[in-house]
Design a protein around this ligand. Structure first.
Ligand code: SF4
Length: 733
């Protein structure tokens, strides 16, 4: 397999024709450009301003206050008195000003002038950029219809371009967060509870007695508000059980850390279920009143005795028994956490259904201290047919899946592609195929704040205003304590020629003659129109200090209505038998590592948000590159020392672009290794992030498709260490 781009930054600059004049415009002028200063003047004041907005350094949407001195953001804190994250922000929120003032930002619209991927661009006007994109979209729509177009989107700023694509019935719109995180969970929870599964249920940390995290590494995957809630729950005496092959930071705080064999989580869950049923520890009254399919569950779970579960998961039978007893003793006030990132091994819907079933068995759904179903704002729970329709769509529609779109691009069926905030080379399995697919497209446009790896393949690049420079969408929050609305608001004017996403899409919409949502003069008018439904406006929210409280719309506790065909929690969803769903979730065995290899696991860091922050100076100061977690006993056998730099090679012979530093620890099993996702950028325009650390996706050339949702689990890739050019045999201990 061909190595990924080996282009160096120096070589790139030579090739790109970004000569002295252009380079000067990329130089560290920051916000000093005269035109920009003129625009900034409206914001400049000798007084210090504290301007509220919504953080976008991850998807948690913390409310923040930006201290702006003479038009420059100097500090970001939590927004006082807000009912969500309070005064706290994480390191990434604090470092958002480094994104704003990043010298590598995309500054002007540009068009490709060399071969695709060669990296030669010329600065153009917004008019030319918008004309070119709209002409290409129109041409493809006219000649081949909506099936010839696709969009890779990420984040709330992409909501306007998604809206425009929907106007043209373009179904191939990939949202990586939905595919990798939300869809498996949505399907599992819709099937079981009939709730509006697109929404994470509310977790009643304030009243819980026990929290169970299956694979969730909260702590590394930071959500400030949730971490505060978890810490308070622990302070109130709640138990914490963490299931993870790795001793994560939250595992360090747990009463029990179960170091499970990767891919066998569902067996542990079934082992718990079987023991809880056998020992009569489930909520008999709740189950008889609210559940269908209990008999089938009891029958099928009986296969997973403590001994069987221990044999498959590698967790001692006594530990499984003890933890099952601990969970049941806390019921119904138990949070079986539904999880965040969910596409793991390609058997994910069944694993998540099993989690949901365990919550049902314990009577936790709709109970104090458990999982509280969200209700749509002002609406009743969605009716049964709406829920069934959503399930059918999730089971059948593959058009929007990233790997499906890439395949169609390879075949030439998708010819025109947009990337809006997403970096598919780091989000979709097998970046080598993704690269080839982008090379084969007729036309690619990209809109982003920074020049990511994928923007290198664009014909037209649009500079997007960073989140501190733009309005976005109306953000609605529902918590167990309070509902409220906030809107991301600019705290400084856009730098250089960056524009807000509404403005950009409005220009496209005007050229294409479609898009009623873009009839408003600007994004402020559009947002005021939306806020009017709640008798609010941007001015009112600003006057109230950055957020507006909403009335609680429903009684959350004892909310046990289910939009399933039976009107009950369905352990055994008979209505779906035609859709080949194994009715009671059975364990779909995950392939073990081949001889001499270890499973490659990857995850988050508390100081980075995937590739978004790889170029952030402050965050790189905290973590400049990723390291490889390696079991210390295995390392001793392999004669590998802490701090050594070794190459990785995967099962298909693909080697890492550079060696990775090894961290030896007893905190990981010997059959897997772990590194943080988001490193190893190949875009030479990222001065800080280019070629730093090792990109996990570069080693993920295989995936396993979930038979129900179609999402791609990536934890089916394996690696071995290469020392002095020779592979080390990573055989298990
Ligand atoms: S958790 Fe951190 S990065 Fe995420 S929204 Fe909150 S402050 Fe921002």
């Amino acid at each position: 397999m061909k190595p990924f781009s080996q282009i160096t930054r120096r070589k790139f600059l030579q090739l790109s024709g970004i000569g002295a004049a252009t380079l000067a415009s990329f130089a560290r002028t920051g916000h000093a450009a005269p035109a920009f200063l003129k625009k900034q003047s409206a914001f400049i004041s000798n007084k210090v301003q504290n301007i509220p907005t919504v953080c976008n350094m991850c998807k948690a949407r913390c409310l923040v206050s930006c201290k702006v001195v003479n038009g420059r953001v100097v500090k970001i804190d939590g927004l006082a008195d807000n009912p969500y994250n309070g005064m706290a922000v994480c390191a990434r929120g604090n470092a958002a000003s480094e994104l704003l003032y990043d010298v590598d930002r995309l500054k002007y619209p540009m068009k490709r002038v060399g071969e695709r991927g060669e990296g030669k661009w010329a600065r153009i006007s917004w008019g030319e950029a918008i004309d070119t994109i709209s002409q290409q979209l129109e041409k493809a729509l006219r000649s081949s219809g909506p099936k010839a177009l696709a969009l890779f989107a990420k984040g709330s700023s992409s909501s306007y371009i998604k809206e425009l694509f929907a106007e043209f019935s373009i179904a191939q719109v990939n949202d990586v967060s939905s595919e990798q995180c939300g869809m498996n969970r949505e399907l599992a929870y819709r099937l079981t509870f009939g709730n509006d599964g697109a929404q994470f249920p509310l977790l009643d940390y304030a009243n819980t007695s026990c929290v169970v995290l299956v694979g969730s590494h909260l702590g590394e995957n930071v959500d400030v508000a949730e971490l505060q809630n978890l810490a308070r729950a622990r302070g109130n005496g709640a138990k914490l059980i963490v299931v993870d092959p790795r001793f994560s930071s939250v595992a360090a705080k747990a009463d029990n850390h179960l170091m499970i064999r990767p891919g066998t989580d569902q067996v542990l869950l079934m082992g718990w279920i079987n023991y809880i049923i056998d020992a009569g520890l489930y909520d008999v009254g709740y189950v008889s009143q609210h559940v269908t399919g209990f008999a089938e569950l009891r029958r099928d779970a009986s296969f997973y005795s403590l001994e069987k579960a221990a044999e498959i998961t590698g967790i001692p039978a006594e530990v499984i028994r003890q933890t099952a007893t601990m969970i049941a003793a806390a019921a119904p006030g138990v949070i079986i956490h539904p999880g965040n990132h969910s596409a793991w091994y390609g058997n994910d819907v069944q694993r998540l259904r099993t989690q949901a079933i365990l919550a049902g068995l314990l009577g936790s759904w709709g109970s104090r201290g458990g999982l509280l179903p969200r209700t749509a704002f002002g609406d009743e729970l969605p009716p049964v047919h709406a829920n069934q329709q959503a399930i059918a769509e999730l089971l059948k529609n593959r058009d929007w899946h990233g790997a499906t779109i890439i395949k169609k691009m390879e075949k030439g069926a998708v010819r025109v592609v947009g990337c809006w905030g997403q970096n598919p080379l780091h989000s979709i399995v097998n970046p080598y195929r993704t690269r080839k697919a982008f090379m084969a497209a007729d036309f690619v446009f990209a809109c982003d704040v920074l020049p990511s790896d994928t923007t290198l393949f664009a014909d037209i690049i649009l500079p997007e205003a960073s989140f501190l420079e733009r309005y976005d969408v109306v953000d609605r929050y529902q918590t167990t304590a309070q509902n409220f609305i906030a809107v991301r608001t600019p705290v400084v004017a856009p730098a250089y020629e960056a524009r807000d996403p509404y403005w950009i899409v409005k220009q496209l919409s005007t050229r294409l003659g479609r898009g009623d949502g873009f009839r408003f003069a600007d994004v402020r008018a559009r947002l005021d129109h939306e806020l009017a439904k709640d008798d609010l406006s941007l001015a009112k929210i600003a006057a109230e200090g950055g957020f507006a409280l909403l009335p609680k719309v429903a009684e959350l506790e004892n909310n046990v209505r289910f939009a399933t065909p039976s009107g009950k929690i369905e352990f055994f969803p008979k209505s779906l038998s035609a859709d080949r769903l194994t009715l009671v979730p059975n364990y779909d065995e995950v392939p073990a590592p081949p001889q001499g290899f270890a499973r490659l696991l990857s995850g988050r860091s508390p100081v980075h948000s995937q590739t978004l922050t790889c170029n952030n100076k402050w965050l790189r100061h905290e973590m400049a590159e990723n390291e490889l977690w390696l079991n210390e006993q295995l390392a001793e056998k392999l004669l590998v020392k802490a701090g050594e730099r070794l190459f990785l090679e995967n099962q298909d012979g693909v080697r890492s672009m550079k060696p990775i530093v090894v961290k030896l620890t007893p905190g990981i099993r010997a059959d897997c290794v772990y590194l943080v996702h988001g490193f190893g950028a190949r875009s030479p325009l990222l001065q800080q992030g280019f070629d730093q650390g090792v990109g996990d996706m570069m080693l993920m050339t295989r995936s396993r498709r979930d038979q129900f949702s179609g999402s791609r689990g990536l934890r089916v890739n394996f690696v071995r260490l290469i020392k002095n050019g020779k592979p080390l045999d990573m055989r298990n201990l």
